[in-house]
Write a protein that binds this ligand. Structure first.
Ligand SMILES: [Zn+2]
Length: 150
């Protein structure tokens, strides 16, 4: 791909899992069943997970930007290939967060500089984004992440 002044310098590592509003504030995208109201994340277009519901359509919706820590851990080992990881590897925390409005639990990385010792179950966190890796075209690939709510 030829470099051009319009070439993006940052792109999501995974398409369709989160987006920004006009002010640049990120939110996750989930699937919501129009029949029974069940939410799913990561988003998908069909197959409601509610066993009592026969809907085969899920609508894409913006999810709450805030939630509370439901569980967390710290990863002290580099993931095996093909998963990208910085070299040298830095330990990072991972949190399962219960979203405020949906009650859905979403697993995600915690921002750099916040480790398991800084987290507590029930703590309020909010969504942000952080660089995950730089691809072969020099584009910084971003992922969503949790940070302690201000
Ligand atoms: Zn449903």
């Amino acid at each position: 791909m030829p470099a051009s002044p319009d070439a993006p310098t940052q792109l999501p590592a995974i398409e369709g899992w989160w987006d920004h509003d006009d002010a640049g504030v990120p939110h996750l995208i989930g699937g919501k069943c129009p029949q029974c109201g069940t939410y799913v994340f990561p988003p998908r277009a069909n197959n409601c997970p509610n066993p009592g519901c026969d809907s085969d359509v899920l609508d894409a919706v913006a999810l709450s930007r805030r939630g509370t820590v439901w569980s967390y851990t710290e990863n002290r080992y580099a993931p095996p290939p093909p998963y990208p990881s910085p070299d040298p590897f830095e330990p990072f925390a991972v949190a399962a967060v219960q979203l405020t409005d949906e009650g859905l639990i979403v697993l995600g990385k915690v921002v750099e500089g916040t480790l398991a010792a800084d987290l507590k179950v029930g703590m309020e966190v909010e969504l942000t984004t952080m660089p995950l890796y730089t691809d072969d075209d020099g584009v910084e690939r971003l992922t969503y992440a949790w940070e302690i709510a201000k």
